[in-house]
Structures are given as C-alpha cells and as structure tokens.
Design a protein around this ligand. Sequence first.
Ligand code: ZN
Length: 196
Amino acid sequence: MMFDIVHKHTGWIEVICGSMFSGKTEELIRRLKRAEIARQKVKIFKPKIDKRFSDTDIVSHSEQKISSQVVNGAKKIISLALEAHVVGIDESQFFKSDLIDVCNTMANMGKRVIVAGLDMDYKGEPFGPIPKLLSIAEYITKTHAICVVCGNPANYTYRTTDEKGQVLLGASDKYEARCRNCYIPPVKKKSSREDK
Ligand code: ZN
C-alpha cells in the first residue's frame, strides 16, 4: 500500500475500522511490524477497558501478538509516544473524544498515527471518536468480516445476547458479523431504547 513507504518529514493519520471479526487488529499489527522491520520506533496503545486475553499485548483473534501499553485516557499517549515514529492505537472506539486532538497533535509532530477500532456499535450506530477520526484521517481502510448467516461481506456487529449497554466485552460468545441483509438492529428485536 502506498502509505507503507514515502512520506518524509510529515505525519499523518490512518484509520482501520470495521465490524468485529473483520481483521482490524491483524491489519494494525501487519503495518506496525512492517515499520519495525524498517527500524522505525513503534509504540502501541490501547484503552484500559479492553481486558480480553492479555493486559499487556495487543492480541487479535488470530493470535498474532504485539506488545502494547494500556492507558487510562488518550491524553497520556502524547507524552508516552514522544520518541516514536509510528504510533498504533487499538480498540480506539473506547477512548473519549479527546483522542481526536491527540491524533492530530501527534500527526502534526510528524508521526504516523494508525488508529484501529469498531466503526459501529451493536446497534449499528457510529462508535465513540471513530466518526470524527474518519473525517480527519488521510487514509481510511474499512475491513470486512464474512456474514455468518449468508456469506456476504459483513459490515455489522450483531449481538447474540439480550444484554444492554454499548460496551459489553466478548467475542464469538456474544457477537456475530452480519451483512446488511442479515443484521437485525436491537430496536427492531425489542422496541426499547432505554440504554441509549
Ligand atoms: Zn448475510
């Protein structure tokens, strides 16, 4: 991809987003490993909320791993990444809106900032700071899973349980990737929006 090379003396923002099981973290890891091979200094962060599998490694569902640092809030990333050429941020949908300023600041400092996260929540609504990050990013990659019902490319994360709340950690025990045809928004399953 063109943004794996060139670009001297300038920073930029890349966003990798899509549904669960679409390979976002694998793609993030792939780009970060390429940068490491080129001896660029790489730092990876994720929000404290993600306790899946490991506290210190970014772990994708395919078990590729890369060491990451867990942070309480986005603002801490700037001071922790001062030396880095490339900054990766995983599960970014869980950060607050200050992540947008943080990414802009680091890109303006000349860093390559790669942000991965869910573009939509289980209700099919834009998730956290991701929509604004998509606006300001130089490069956007939408990853797709495969619909478990029909095999079409899947854009939605369907929650298979009746639990409420935007944040419910889980994997294939609680979620399925589904296409537009097979996705049923929870408002249609039950006519309630009390957790909005
Ligand atoms: Zn489908």
